[in-house]
Design a binder for this molecule. Sequence first.
Ligand SMILES: [Zn+2]
Length: 304
Amino acid sequence: MKLRYSLAILVLFLLSSCYGIEDGVVGGKLPNFDGERAYKIVVDQVSLGPRYPGSEGHEAVQVYIIDYLKQFGWSVEQQKIEYQGKQISNIIAYRHEYIDLNQEWVIFGAHYDTRMVSDEDPNPSRRMEPVPGANDGGSGVAVLLEMARILPSIPNMNIWLVFFDAEDNGKLNGWQWAMGSAAFVDQLTLFPDKVVIVDMVGDADQNIYLEKSSDPELAAEVWQAAEDLGIETFINEPKHRILDDHTAFLMKEIPAIDIIDIEYPYWHTTQDTIDKVSPQSLKNVGDVLLFWLLREHFKVGGDQ
Ligand SMILES: [Zn+2]
């Protein structure tokens, strides 16, 4: 399927005055990110089984994500790519059909695929089992889908939610990491202003350091939002350099950051299960993203 934005993007979306600011954002109130709902989205995904390309769960989770988005009024397109004999599919959601070039374009992204094998499992006999992917795969999707539920239709901002496939099967069967986002960036004809990736953000023992390759200015904005909210699990120190779904954007000089808590003992093991994830950790990240996104726009939490 040809993506609509590659052609129609040149048509300016003229804003009509009948678009009002809705859903309680006016008046200095942020929409309420519900950590329990987000946690339930993690549970739902894990119940579908492993979600690596070619698996049943991979098909099922795509249906789940698309249904969820449509339920809350998002338009959805799938970007299907053939990669090494398997079909991979990015899921792209937006509120406005056309990009208004006069307004900021922000993409929030997360990978939804899980790793085919638990190659970091401490028990060698379990290393061929697939990763359940509660945190690695499940958590980022949960944050984005809960945002999809509560994000108001903002008239003068272009917001896309992109669910990337094929992030997490690098070094298996000749695959590379983060292939879905690489394919997505390849097909862009215009570039977004800001890209925020969330990955492995659900650990109950949450410690989110600045990822070293991330765009420093954008990272500073987001970590400042966390500080202003008093969320201490965002730690304002650079640590770890990670190849993830932000990398392809950075290679095109698009400002992008990776919000990731890589210090997760169950990473790529059979123990990446729902009991390791907490609603509060998911909420921390959702609250920071919403505050960062909306406070300037609606003067939320301003010092008036
Ligand atoms: Zn992973």
